[in-house]
Design a protein around this ligand. Structure first.
Ligand SMILES: [Zn+2]
Length: 89
């Protein structure tokens, strides 16, 4: 009778350990799954940057975004005020 009780206790301990293992594994996978697919795609997907037109400096010929262009009175485009000044003189 003692032996049977011991076996039952042993089985209970084994089952309890297996459940503990399962729960730990589930917790790990679920926490990783929650933080990854939920947060990553929104932040990871880069917003498509609008392609900006490139223009060449009339003085040095360097290409740069049109938004940074500096035009003089004749309509020539320069990369900087310095080059506009140098080109005019
Ligand atoms: Zn320039």
């Amino acid at each position: 009778m003692r032996f049977v009780i011991l076996v039952v206790i042993l089985l209970a301990v084994i089952v309890w350990f297996q459940r503990l293992k399962k729960n730990l594994g589930r917790d790990r996978s679920s926490s990783g799954g929650d933080s990854f697919p939920g947060a990553m795609p929104a932040s990871a997907a880069p917003e498509p940057t609008p392609v900006e037109a490139m223009v060449a400096c009339a003085h040095c010929g360097m290409h740069f975004p049109a938004s940074e262009a500096i035009a003089d009175s004749s309509g020539a485009i320069f990369c900087s005020t310095e080059h506009r000044r140098l080109h005019a003189s």
